[in-house]
Design a binder for this molecule. Structure first.
Ligand code: ZN
Length: 264
């Protein structure tokens, strides 16, 4: 079985279409998505529908949950919050329903599981798996599973973590007796210095993973995001004002939810 693994699409339909074409050329049997389908760019509905129609499994990322209101974006920066505020009212009902149906973790097969951000201390869409301590704790969590691989996203950086070290090589042979944490990189918003779209191809029979990069029409994506007002750099004063307003809104929302719980 050969899997295409995609993550952190962030409403970039140009990148997602290019990655899906590449995975079709590679003749993968199944495609799975590790979350953050929406946020940052301007094609949320198109991306949700492509994931729904092409992926056998998808899980929710923190941006997906923020867009449907099941996660308060208290830890989001200004740009991420602005994208969620733009996305939420534009999500069409079928896309909103699809995002609401996603779990935050899933089993891929007997060899692998998938989370958006981190497996330990419990599966979550929050902790960036970047520090040596977190990587070690997550490898220890994989040791406890029947599966020996955990696919994760969230950092937008393609990498394979194992003991004794990590690699960003484009093709990695996997030892079924060892534990791995594998990030395919981000389809729509790479943060590892290579602006191309990223994905992974995992061959569960040959025990190999490829970290793949794909060219796409980045200018077209950025032009539409700019037209939607998603790329403007706000002044420091405006950022401060927006941050204060967001904190106030979050506090009011938390108080409202607490009140509802008390009265329930
Ligand atoms: Zn993301």
């Amino acid at each position: 079985m050969k899997y295409g693994i995609v993550s952190d699409i962030h409403a970039n339909v140009e990148a997602l279409e290019a990655v899906l074409r590449r995975l079709e050329l590679a003749r993968v049997d199944r495609i799975v998505c590790l979350g953050d389908i929406v946020g940052y760019h301007a094609s949320p509905n198109e991306c949700v529908r492509l994931v729904r129609d092409n992926c056998v499994h998808a899980i929710a990322g923190n941006h997906d949950r923020a867009a449907i209101g099941t996660l308060l974006p208290t830890e989001f920066n200004f740009v991420a919050r602005r994208a969620i505020a733009w996305t939420a009212p534009r999500l069409e009902p079928d896309c909103d329903d699809f995002l609401r149906g996603l779990d935050i973790a899933a089993t891929l097969d007997a060899t692998a599981c998938m989370v958006h951000a981190s497996l330990a201390p419990e599966p979550n869409d929050r902790f960036h798996l970047t520090t040596p301590a977190r990587i070690a704790a997550n490898l220890a969590a994989v040791d406890e599973l029947d599966a020996h691989i955990c696919f994760f996203g969230h950092t937008h950086r393609a990498v394979v973590h194992a003991r004794p070290g990590s690699t960003t090589a484009s093709s990695v042979e996997l030892d079924p007796a060892r534990s791995y944490l594998i990030n395919p990189g981000s389809v729509g918003q790479s943060r590892d210095g290579d602006p191309r779209a990223a994905c992974a191809i995992y061959d569960a029979v040959e025990h190999r993973v490829e970290l793949v990069r794909v060219e796409y029409d980045r200018d077209a994506c950025l032009a539409r995001a700019a037209a939607a007002g998603l790329l403007e750099t706000p002044s420091l004063a405006r950022r401060g004002l927006e941050a204060a307003r967001s904190r106030w809104n979050d506090a009011a929302e938390l108080a409202r939810r607490a009140w509802e719980l008390t009265c329930a």
